[in-house]
Design a protein around this ligand. Structure first.
Ligand SMILES: Nc1ncnc2c1ncn2[C@@H]1O[C@H](COP(=O)(O)OP(=O)(O)OP(=O)(O)O)[C@@H](O)[C@H]1O
Ligand SMILES: [Mg+2]
Length: 252
């Protein structure tokens, strides 16, 4: 149902310029609760910039962002964390010279009461418990003591998703989580994202069109900073504008 209560994230007329370039041009999207909603589009379409506006990394030149009906446009990324939004980046932000377990514990530290802020990590029981849950949920138990930098690319991306879920966000933004992955890792990650979507709203930027079509309930298509189309995967795939701008003739 497309009513106001089912919408968790809304962007209204968001724009962002870099000098003479309009990277995001009057983009409005409404993301419904739960499941996976995806953003696709050619390189340079403005997808990551839109994520940066949604997550508070950049302030928009125009427009607004609402989470659960609350205007968060001027809130920092940290402020948005407390509204239940978390994100991953197109470029990894793991601590490569720390272990898998320590990456998860640090990410989970936000769950501790403020008075525990300066406790040594090993005394942070809430964070420890959450890190152990994530190790199990993401099948990373065997690598708990390994340095994040020594993991395979696929495992690193998996750990990254686990890290972003540490604070139990209700809204998760993932920017190309399967970038550079083998086919097997891509499929595993797709299954994982689907599972996360059962109790979290996932907004996904993804290049692999088949994967997007399989995972998503709604797809937004961007090209040259603008929203070109939106709808269910089947509808979007048939849209002539999208075919011309993005898919090419072979999918007709
Ligand atoms: N910090 C920045 N400063 C200047 N220009 C930028 C900046 N970030 C992005 N751009 C430009 O804005 C446009 C949109 O870039 P963006 O990274 O949002 O695209 P994208 O859709 O995520 O592309 P990709 O699929 O390659 O990741 C591009 O022309 C890019 O060069
Ligand atoms: Mg990008």
């Amino acid at each position: 149902m497309n009513n106001a209560h089912s919408i968790i994230l809304e962007a209204k007329g968001l724009s962002k310029r870099f000098g003479g370039l309009i990277a995001v041009d009057e983009v409005s999207i409404a993301v419904q609760k739960l499941g996976v909603t995806s953003i696709i589009g050619p390189n340079g379409a403005g997808k990551s910039t839109l994520f940066n506006l949604l997550s508070g990394t950049f302030l928009p030149d125009n427009g607004a962002v609402h989470i659960d009906g609350v205007d968060v446009t001027r809130l920092s990324p940290e402020g948005r964390l407390f509204s239940g939004m978390a994100r991953s980046f197109q470029i990894t932000n793991l601590f490569f010279d720390l272990t898998v377990m320590d990456n998860l514990r640090i990410a989970s530290q936000v769950l501790e009461p403020r008075s525990h802020l300066y406790l040594p990590l090993e005394k942070s029981e809430i964070a420890l418990k959450r890190a152990n849950e994530l190790l199990e949920e993401f099948g990373l138990e065997d690598s708990r003591g390994q340095l994040a930098g020594a993991l395979s690319h696929g495992q690193q991306r998996r750990l990254e998703i686990a890290v972003t879920l540490a604070t139990r966000p209700k809204l998760l933004l993932l920017d190309e989580p399967t970038q550079g992955m083998s086919q097997v890792d891509t499929h595993e990650t797709a299954d994982l994202i689907k599972r996360v979507g059962l109790n979290t709203t996932v907004l996904l930027i993804e290049h692999d069109v088949d994967l997007v079509m399989d995972l998503s309930k709604t797809v937004f298509v961007m090209a040259q900073g603008r929203k070109l189309a939106e709808g269910a995967p089947g509808e979007v795939r048939k849209n002539p504008l999208v075919q011309a701008a993005y898919f090419g003739e072979e999918l007709a």
